[in-house]
Each structure stands twice: as C-alpha cells, then as structure tokens.
Design a protein around this ligand. Structure first.
Ligand code: MTE
Ligand code: MO
Length: 413
C-alpha cells in the first residue's frame, strides 16, 4: 500500500511542520502515507478536497482520511462502519487547536469549581476511577459530519460521511463529580476545558459549556475507557466528556476543568461557532441560556442512517444482495429503517440488528433482488418520537445536521 518514497516524503513534510507541540512530536514518529489515488472520499465532497486528502495513519491509529494536519482532522472511510462499535484505532479524530500535549496520567488532574459551585475539588485519574463506574454505548458525531456535501459548499473542514464513531465508554458520572463540590441554585451552565491549546494567542481556546440539566443527566460521563481500553491519545487521553445524544463538540477531550457558571459561557466556540439558525431544525433539547433571536447552539444529533455494506457505484452479482448499514439518533431510539429501490416511490422495512442501547449505532439490513444493470437503494430511518430523515438538504451556513437520505447505485452484471 505505501512505498518507501511516500514514507520519506511524509517524514519530510512532518519535519517541515515541526514547531508546534503536536507537530514536533508527530514528526519524530513515522506517519504512514498511503496511495493517494485510493483515498475513499465520500461522493459529493468538493473537488478541491481530493487534492489535499490523504490516507494516513496517526500514531496508534489505522489509516484515516486526513483532511487537515494542523489541527489534526481525520475521518473514517466507509469500510470502518461495518460494525456498530467503531474500534479505537479506526475512530475519527477532530481538533480545533494544534497544540495537543501528551498528557501524563500520573500528574493529570481535573479542577472542579466555579462561581456556581459551593466549593472546589481536584480529581486525579485514580480519584475518578475510584468513583462508581458506568458504561454506555454512544455515538460521537461531529456537528459538521457531511459538511463537505453541502451545496452550495460552506467553509470549514469538508467532512464526508466519516466524522463519527460509536464506542462503549466507561467512566464516572459528571453528576457525581459535581456532587463533590455542590451546585448553587443560581448555576445555569457547566463549562469545560481541555489540555490542548492554541499555538497562536490570537486563536481562542476551545471552551464549551452545557446547560446544567444536560450536565447532570445520568448518561453524561467523564470517561477514561473506550471499548475496554484506555482512551487513545487522539480521542482524549486520559479522560474526556461523553455527552450521549449531543453532537461531538461538547465531548471535551483531555478534560482539565469543570466550572459551574452563574452566567452564560462566552467565547468564540459558543457563539458564533456551533450554532444553527432558529426555526430550521427540530430542537427538542434546548440550551435556553445560550439562545438568541436568530440562532441557538447545536444540541442533539438529528435522526440519520448510512449505507455501509457497499459504496455508491459498487458492482454486485444479479440476484440476492444484502444491503445494510447503521442508523442513529439523539437517544429516542430507532423505531424503523425503510428502504426504497424505486427512488422513494415505495418503501419496505429493513431488519433491525442488535440494540446496544438507545444512544448507539443500530445496524440494519435489507435483502435486495438485484436486476442486471443499475439498482438504486435509498434508506430512511425513523426514531421513536417519529422523526425521519429529510429528502433535501436543510442548508445552513456551517453545514450542520446533514441527514439527507442517501441514494446509492449498485451495478449488477
Ligand atoms: N480538547 C478538545 N476536545 C474536543 C475538541 C477539541 O478540539 N479539543 N473537539 C470536539 C469536537 S468538535 C468533536 S467532533 C469531538 C471529536 O472527538 P474525537 O476526536 O475523539 O473523534 O471532540 C470534541 N472535543
Ligand atoms: Mo465537531
């Protein structure tokens, strides 16, 4: 797959970038580069993406589709979504800032406090592990997943289908951590910071907050395990926030502070970033303290599905073909997945696979009788509160919440 020449040029590129904390460290490792012509980009991403995207393995990871290196933004190819649990070394990587320190588990600590708290506490990793542990299978999906498919195109990392993954997370409840200091009744938000930081002072630090109601939800965890192992460095070692149902932006990695606030968290990453226009999307889970007349923070993931058994244009044999994929939502639960082989005129129910919990990827499959020539397959998931995917894109300036039903073609011959 990779040649000596691409290896050497990769090492050279790494050295040229050295200077920031992350780049300097990564340059000492061999970054494997794979055959450029074989980058399995999602259909529909802008033409320019193909010229910069590479299949590349970060240390400890299998090859992912590299969309940017500083900050590191790598998505998973379709092949990695054949199972409802995404292995740690296949899990996508998303950062806003380039200075990503290797956190030492021995000296790591989380500071808990703020003007909305009654007291202060400092937790080590051992303290966290000594607390009651909970496990939950949950999808972590970037708000901008599929942004690259926006038409007209919008600015930002041009993600295809792979800025998401689903893992079994283990950790302490954020609620139990907050109980150690106690919340004042005036507390309205809980803010989070990670160990990564900007290289230039001009870039705002990545700080996010949650409304108190979501922070103290029993499913919101500070996780130190992912699929039975320590978190990979690039997925937030040694501990990160897990916010089941909500988009990845809230899932703070390398978590170092938890701050109870009596006023709304300010800063670029709360506003103008990560916001959706009012009235365009169904919003059940409200983040009231951050709402204004025109926009509201993105909160829950929208109902969605992905056909993962075949890429668009795949060749198959005429006859029985099992088409399948994954469906997920904000945690209401998948009620059904419908499949159409006549571009949406008629629909049949797919068979749902193992239920790993309401926040998990739900596998589904469908038996197609492929005719010689082109066979189109569309999928549409519906959740337990009756929400379904959309037929046409609800365009928004940041390219969020793309849950357009896919329509792929299988070529039988
Ligand atoms: N410390 C830190 N945590 C972060 C981010 C970041 O830039 N820094 N990005 C967030 C965003 S936008 C997403 S989509 C998820 C991605 O998680 P992953 O990199 O483990 O896949 O991490 C979130 N947590
Ligand atoms: Mo994200």
């Amino acid at each position: 797959m990779f040649t000596r020449r691409t290896l050497l040029s990769a090492a050279g590129a790494g050295a040229a970038l050295a200077g920031g904390g992350f780049a300097a460290k990564a340059a000492q490792q061999i970054v494997l580069q794979f055959d450029v012509s074989r980058v399995p980009l999602s259909p529909g991403v802008p033409a320019g993406v193909a010229s910069v995207a590479r299949m590349e393995a970060l240390p400890g990871k299998k090859p992912l589709i590299k969309l940017a290196y500083r900050a590191p933004n790598y998505e998973a190819p379709l092949d990695y979504f054949r199972t409802p649990i995404t292995p740690n070394d296949e899990f996508f990587v998303r950062y806003h800032l380039s200075n990503i320190p290797q956190v030492d588990a021995k000296t790591y600590q989380i500071d808990v406090g703020g003007d909305g708290a009654n007291g202060q506490a400092t937790l080590t990793l051992d303290d966290l592990k000594a607390m009651p542990a909970y496990e939950i299978v949950a999808v972590n999906q970037c708000s901008g997943n599929r942004r690259g498919l926006s038409n007209p195109h919008v600015a930002g990392v041009e993600w295809g289908y792979g800025a998401m993954g689903c893992a079994r997370w283990k950790g302490a409840r954020l609620k139990d951590v907050l109980d150690k200091v106690g919340l004042k009744k005036e507390a309205i938000e809980i803010a989070f910071n990670g160990a990564d930081g900007p290289v230039l002072d001009a870039t705002p630090d990545f700080i996010k907050s949650l409304p108190v109601w979501k922070a103290i939800d029993e499913s919101t965890l500070i996780a130190y395990e992912m699929n039975g192992a320590a978190l990979p460095h690039f997925n937030g070692f040694p501990a990160r926030l897990i916010v089941p149902g909500w988009t990845g932006t809230y899932w703070m990695k390398h978590l170092i502070s938890v701050t109870a606030l009596t006023k709304p968290q300010g800063g670029f990453w709360m506003n103008p970033a990560y916001r959706i226009p009012v009235g365009k999307f169904p919003v059940v889970a409200r983040f009231a303290s951050q709402e204004n007349a025109t926009s509201t923070p993105i909160t829950e993931m929208v109902i969605n599905s992905l056909i993962t058994s075949h890429p668009d244009g795949a060749k198959v044999k005429p006859g029985k073909v099992t088409v399948g994929g994954l469906a997920w939502d904000a945690g209401y639960g998948i009620r059904s997945v419908e499949v159409s082989t006549d571009s949406g005129k008629t629909w049949s129910s797919a068979t749902l696979g193992d239920d790993l919990g309401r926040y998990a990827f739900r596998p589904w499959s469908f038996e197609l009788n492929a005719k010689r020539g082109n066979n189109t397959v569309m999928a549409n998931a519906t959740n337990a509160i009756g929400q379904s995917q959309v037929a046409t894109l609800i365009w928004n300036p940041a390219g969020y919440h793309n849950n357009v039903m896919q329509n792929i073609t299988l070529v039988a011959g």
